[in-house]
Design a protein around this ligand. Structure first.
Ligand SMILES: *Cc1c(COP(=O)(O)O)cnc(C)c1O
Length: 222
């Protein structure tokens, strides 16, 4: 099936209030343009350099989401145009994003990545650390970032019961933190669910899904 048909199928199978991030990592600009011409305006990449290159080549009404692990020394390459950074997992990183956003006179929206998987390889903060961060004075002083939600990645497993309990954990963490509304913390987004599990994620409360291979086909890492 074509990229356009894939997008239509996914769109018609999710509620309207769920945001679809088309994960285009490793895919050529021609594939992104096919999605763009089918109406898609939100793209997710996991490498800053690749995202910055594609940003140059694609119409400017696209929203770019950084969904991968972010190295502090590369924040400067996306600070001018990134719309949402999903994988923020430390105060140090947030401080760097704030500094770079300030130099472009903007406020950058971020999600805190919460560690929900059992595997050690997944990045993220504990729910407790996220809670202390959001209530700290140092955080309240960051005027050029805004935390708008949480992101999580479930364990890579066929055991859907385990994935479900990890998604439910992220939703309950979100519900617990949501009352902490401040100037730079307004939680509204739960980014969870990928090609293999987005329906389950939505059932568990996700309102932003990150879908790659179900739109663009399998990735080929050479
Ligand atoms: C690659 C990636 C996705 C998309 O994965 P698919 O299984 O291809 O849908 C989603 N989220 C993150 C963080 C990713 O790195």
């Amino acid at each position: 099936m074509s990229i356009k048909e894939n997008l239509q199928n996914i769109k018609s199978s999710i509620p309207e209030d769920v945001t679809l991030v088309a994960v285009s990592k490793t895919k050529p600009v021609s594939d992104l343009m096919e999605a763009y011409n089918a109406g898609q305006r939100i793209f997710g990449e996991n490498k800053i350099q690749e995202m910055a290159d594609k940003y140059e080549d694609i119409p400017k009404d696209v929203e770019w989401h950084m969904i991968g692990h972010v190295q502090r020394n590369k924040v400067k390459y996306m600070a001018e145009f990134v719309s949402l950074i999903h994988g923020v997992d430390s105060f140090k990183l947030l401080k760097e994003i704030n500094k770079r956003a300030k130099s472009h006179d903007r406020v950058i929206d971020c999600l805190l990545q919460i560690k929900i998987a059992e595997e050690d390889s997944k990045f993220g903060m504990s729910a407790k650390d996220a809670s202390s961060l959001l209530q700290s004075e140092a955080f309240s002083e960051l005027k050029n970032i805004r935390i708008v939600g949480l992101m999580g990645m479930a364990t890579f497993t066929d055991d859907m019961k385990q994935v479900e309990s990890e998604f439910k954990f992220l939703k309950s963490t979100f519900d617990a933190l949501k009352p902490l509304q401040t100037k730079n913390c307004q939680l509204q987004t739960i980014s969870m669910g990928m090609s293999g599990d987005y329906q389950l994620a939505i059932d568990c409360g996700s309102n932003m899904i990150r879908v790659g291979s179900s739109i663009f086909g399998a990735r080929n890492y050479n």
